[in-house]
Design a protein around this ligand. Structure first.
Ligand SMILES: [Zn+2]
Length: 258
């Protein structure tokens, strides 16, 4: 799919997005220094082939955000179902993965799939249908969202602001202070770079997020070895870094803010 090349522009840097709210220290489970959310977007073969065996080996639970119209979802339905049964999260990444065509480097976005042209009612129906599809896969009702390309603006407003209440959490829109959240979309990063990102970001005591795409293949990829190095580090430092699904982290944040 052509969007693959395009998200390249988002890579090679980490960025911070947030809706600033609470600035105080966050009490993570087990007195962990920081929370870590690993997620895997777009439903890619290399995630099932390479990432999942490593996650199983190290006993780390993560979040997958499949594009539900991707043929990889249908072709490997049993494996997606098994991921959820094994304690991983299946999150909403919409049905069609619309992104804003007006942004630089977005020539790859087909005119029919331009987020700039979509309106709130269409997006609401798409998100609800995606939630229903995911419910059919895993039987769950609580859901989080990763907006494709982390774009939020429709022709008639911001859909994260307007429809965010359909979700327990939305990636990039956490209600914690901006300096307490860091997000990396790796592309070709080494294991050491991934670990350094976690260590450095965790010093602020907040939420550290790594959004993977390909692992040992596909687009925006890291090698199997680099990915495994990060998992080994997180497994060896479980008391320092609370690594869990984005849903569990979001629920913890929601409970703490009440
Ligand atoms: Zn995506």
């Amino acid at each position: 799919m052509s969007f693959r090349r395009s998200i390249f522009v988002l890579s090679l840097f980490s960025f911070v997005l947030s809706a600033a709210v609470h600035a105080g220290p966050i009490n993570w489970p087990g007195k962990a220094k920081a929370a870590v959310s690993l997620s895997y977007d777009d439903a890619l073969h290399s995630q099932l082939d390479n990432a999942v065996p490593a996650l199983t080996k190290y006993g780390i639970k993560v979040s997958f955000y499949p594009i539900l119209s991707s043929p990889v979802v249908v072709e490997r339905m049993t494996e997606w179902r098994k991921l959820a049964a094994d304690g991983h999260e299946l999150g909403n990444h919409t049905l069609f993965h619309s992104c804003a065509k007006s942004k630089p480097g977005r020539d790859w976005v087909p005119a029919y799939n331009d987020l700039d042209k979509k309106v709130m009612g269409q997006m609401r129906d798409e998100l609800l249908t995606a939630n229903a599809f995911l419910h059919a896969l895993d039987g769950k009702t609580e859901r989080t969202l990763t907006p494709p390309c982390l774009d939020w603006e429709l022709a008639d407003g911001n859909y994260v602001e307007n429809l965010g209440n359909l979700f327990v959490g939305v990636k990039g829109a956490e209600k914690i202070a901006a300096e307490q959240t860091a997000l990396l979309m790796p592309d070709g990063h080494s294991g050491k770079q991934l670990i350094d990102f976690v260590k450095k970001s965790a010093q602020k005591g907040g939420l550290v997020q790594v959004i993977f795409h390909g692992v040992g293949g596909d687009h925006l990829s890291v090698s199997k070895e680099a990915h495994e190095e990060l998992l080994r580090f997180l497994a060896e430092n479980r008391t320092v870094y609370w690594t869990d699904t984005y849903l569990n982290i979001s629920k913890h944040l929601a409970a703490g803010s009440k």
